[in-house]
Design a protein. Structure first.
Lengths: 166, 176
């Protein structure tokens, strides 16, 4: 009796599992496109790839899943639809969030160190390398042996050879 | 001697830069809106949704705009301070309820206290974008001419109130 009941339960469970599979195969829809207008989306993505998300600071607004980036993407889509040019949209964001939103900061007095710092460091490094190499060459030349020292060294080497022969 | 001192000196310069770097907060991005006119807005009240507040109503007085939301955990930290500040009557605080739901926002104010002269609603975050909001809570000090004079990113603290915000407000109130 118990065994029969178990069998019925198993069959019921199997049917239930089959039911679970139905929605997966039967009612899956084609993915809904993210944006209604692919051209707007393309321009928006091009723009946001060079913009920093201020919440997750090492991600672009194009990549970021943060709510902030979502809002900015929506804002940019709306502005593109309103026929704003790219520089206008960038300026809109810089006015609100500062140059920090740009991954490509403009060259101006406050960013001179950022832009030219590496060049300055390179020149300094190259300069000190040249000075160091020159000094080293002088040192190497200084170390050359005198005639007497050479003879002495030769004598010592010969002595060694003799020693080995024995 | 110089041979040994030079690397030591270079190391000390590097260490000094790194030490300063440690004290900087990368989340504190200076706002380009400081000393610029506060963006104008026309927003519905939170408590009486049929009423509209315009930012121009506050011309002629020094006021604070505090951006908050019921989903914002750090807002809970600063909230008692705002309630206290409101009680002193030094400055009117206006609350910008940012991307929130009306009912939860109202409940939140009931539970933690309501320091705001008026609460206004920015449900889609549009005004937030105009103000360059990216990390709630944020607090702006706006002078009599409607110019933003200070922006606090993140929660207001006792320190920031006593050292920066309140002295600034008192100074601004002296101005014509």
């Amino acid at each position: 009796m118990v065994r029969q009941f178990n069998g019925v339960m198993k069959a019921a469970a199997f049917v239930l599992v089959l039911f679970l599979l139905i929605p997966l195969t039967g009612w899956s829809k084609e993915a809904v496109p993210v944006a209604e207008n692919p051209e707007v989306e393309k321009r928006m993505l091009l723009l946001t790839e060079n913009l920093r998300c201020l919440v997750c600071q090492n991600e672009t607004i194009a990549d970021s899943r943060a709510d902030f980036s979502n809002d900015i993407r929506r804002e940019i889509r709306e502005q593109i639809k309103a026929n704003k040019t790219d520089p206008e949209i960038i300026q809109f964001l810089v006015d609100r969030y500062g140059d920090f939103v740009l991954y490509d900061p403009p060259i101006k007095p406050t960013t001179f160190l950022l832009w030219f710092g590496p060049v300055i460091l390179f020149v300094l490094g190259l300069g000190s390398l040249i000075v160091y190499l020159r000094r080293r060459r002088v040192q190497i030349e200084d170390v050359s042996l005198s005639q007497a020292q050479l003879e002495e060294a030769e004598a010592l080497l010969n002595e060694d050879k003799k020693g080995k022969n024995v | 001697m110089m041979r040994y001192l030079l690397p030591l000196f270079a190391f000390m310069v590097l260490a000094a830069f790194l030490l300063v770097g440690l004290t900087l907060n990368p989340r504190q991005v200076p706002s380009p809106l400081i000393d610029k006119p506060a963006p104008k807005f026309q927003l519905n009240h939170l408590h009486q949704p049929d009423q509209i507040m315009s930012s121009d109503e506050n011309l002629g007085k020094v006021w604070m705009l505090n951006v908050w939301a019921s989903w914002c955990v750090a807002c809970r930290d600063e909230h008692p301070l705002l309630v206290q500040l409101a009680r002193t009557g030094i400055v009117p605080i206006y609350g910008l309820n940012y991307k929130d739901e009306r009912n939860t926002a109202l409940q939140w104010l009931k539970r933690y206290g309501d320091p705001y002269a008026i609460s206004i609603v920015d449900s889609d975050g549009k005004v937030g974008i105009d103000y360059g909001v990216y990390g709630v809570p944020e607090t702006y000090v706006i002078d009599k001419k409607g110019i933003i004079r200070h922006k606090q990113i993140g929660p207001v603290t006792v320190d920031s109130l006593e050292k920066t915000i309140i002295p600034l407000i008192k100074e601004l109130q002296q101005q014509a």
